[in-house]
Ligand binder design. Structure first.
Ligand SMILES: [Zn+2]
Length: 452
């Protein structure tokens, strides 16, 4: 039997209380993280897949989440049937330019039978991975903003600058009825936005990725014509032969760009990517194609992505002179996407957000991520298009950032998932960023908003 004196009994009592407190706090932390995950799952379960997203359901959910953390809310239909949810937390100095935390609510289609778990089941597997379309792109970010605000509210944080959260439709189909209209609206002008945070990409290593620009998509169709002929005859200038010469030239260019990435000389977003999207030629027959006939027309389509640092004129020259020269009976057509998403602004400057000292928001982001225990990699060009371009076109700094480290890049892929621990870590990262951004009392340079 152990005999305790009075002093050690007090000590035991204190220890017991300390253990009990620790247990309850870790229990309540566990409980709150399970409700955080379940709110994320709720959002993921709303099928907002193109081409017929359930926008109304998503909007109702987001408004109720906004209300739960005492944000003002507004629902805008800049195009009928395509709601944009705007949430607001007014700053103590509403005259300072505001912070816009931006996300899109739609997701790309999926093939459920090729997934391990249904893409709208938001299945949480025993290892902690949450499977859902939109788990990376980008419902995670939209909910993390809200959860970070919930934490800041709980700690009685008061923002100096006004914070806005925008949940926008249609990003996955070009954003013309979403971000594009929003950025041009009177409401947006009155919001007096100073900086925009938008989506980034997952990172397979421990560094978070941040994006300051994006490549512009060009959709190129080249067409060759030539005299038709018997399948047995060798002659020059057939449509197929002319098209093949072009495809060979485009393939060489593609390899030269890809080699730069493979050699580690350039990042994915810094080169011009070219990928063949379709090939169209041949004369159909009831059993397939006519074989003893060389067709008079042949066509191929390419998805090209042009970084803002590339020279668009020289690329157009290459298309006209090498890939579709009229001397080879060829013509080309650049899809309207090219006109709608310029890589340069009206004055001819590339559309990019500065990452040096002239943009205080970049440094603040780096600091905030670091403070929350994260590491930021080198600034990157986003390899595909995002809604950020509509804000950059206005001269606003827009940073692409989705806090997902140690995560394979699975956007638009089968079995898109995010680990719950990464999701929870991301909330802390945003808490730190929002705190820094909303407390920033410095003056931005006038160059951000020339018109203001
Ligand atoms: Zn996205």
């Amino acid at each position: 039997m152990v005999v305790l004196n009075k002093r050690s009994m007090v000590l035991v009592l204190v220890l017991a209380i300390a253990i009990a407190i620790r247990e309850t706090s870790s229990e309540s932390e566990e409980e709150s993280s399970s409700s955080i995950i379940s709110r994320f799952q709720q959002y993921l379960k709303i099928n907002t897949s193109q081409p017929s997203p359930r926008y109304q359901e998503a909007a109702e959910f987001l408004i109720s989440e906004g209300k739960a953390v005492s944000l003002e809310y507004e629902i805008m239909e800049l195009v009928a049937g395509k709601p944009l949810v705007l949430l607001k937390w007014e700053g103590t100095n509403p005259h300072l330019p505001s912070i816009l935390l931006y996300s899109h609510t739609d997701v790309v289609p999926s093939e459920p039978n090729k997934w391990a778990h249904h893409p709208f089941s938001a299945h949480l597997d025993p290892t902690g991975r949450i499977f859902a379309r939109g788990s990376q792109d980008m419902k995670c970010v939209g909910m993390q903003y809200l959860e970070a605000i919930r934490r800041l509210r709980a700690h009685n944080f008061r923002p100096l600058r006004t914070l806005y959260l925008a949940f926008s439709p249609d990003e996955e189909i070009g954003g013309h009825h979403g971000a594009e209209k929003f950025a041009q609206s009177e409401i947006f002008r009155r919001m007096n936005v100073g900086v925009v945070l938008d989506e980034g990409l997952a990172s397979p290593d421990q560094h978070y990725r941040a994006f300051y620009a994006e490549r512009s998509p060009w959709w190129l169709v080249i067409k060759a014509v030539g005299a038709p002929g018997h399948g047995s005859k060798l002659y020059d200038n057939s449509a197929m032969e002319n098209l093949l010469k072009s495809i060979e030239s485009i393939r060489r260019f593609r390899s030269s760009q890809f080699d730069l990435i493979k050699a580690g000389l350039k990042a994915e977003g810094d080169v011009v990517s070219v990928n063949m999207a379709f090939l169209k030629a041949g004369t159909p027959s009831p059993t397939g194609f006519v074989m003893n006939l060389q067709p008079s027309e042949a066509e191929a389509g390419f998805d090209i992505r042009v970084p803002p640092t590339a020279d668009p004129e020289s690329l157009e020259r290459r298309i006209a002179e090498e890939w579709a020269p009229s001397s080879r009976n060829m013509s080309f057509y650049l899809g309207q996407f090219k006109q709608k998403t310029p890589v340069h602004d009206k004055s001819g400057k590339p559309l990019l957000t500065k990452t040096d000292g002239s943009n205080p928001w970049w440094g603040l982001l780096e600091n905030a991520v670091q403070k929350a225990g994260g590491k930021l990699g080198e600034p990157e060009v986003f390899p595909a298009a995002t809604d950020s371009r509509y804000f950059r076109q206005l001269g606003l700094p827009a940073i692409g950032f989705s806090p997902m480290a140690n995560t394979p890049v699975l956007l638009h892929d089968h079995n898109e998932f995010l680990h719950k621990d990464e999701y929870l870590k991301g909330i802390k990262i945003y808490e730190s960023i929002i705190k820094k951004y909303a407390s920033f009392d410095g003056q931005e340079r006038g160059e951000f908003r020339d018109e203001l």
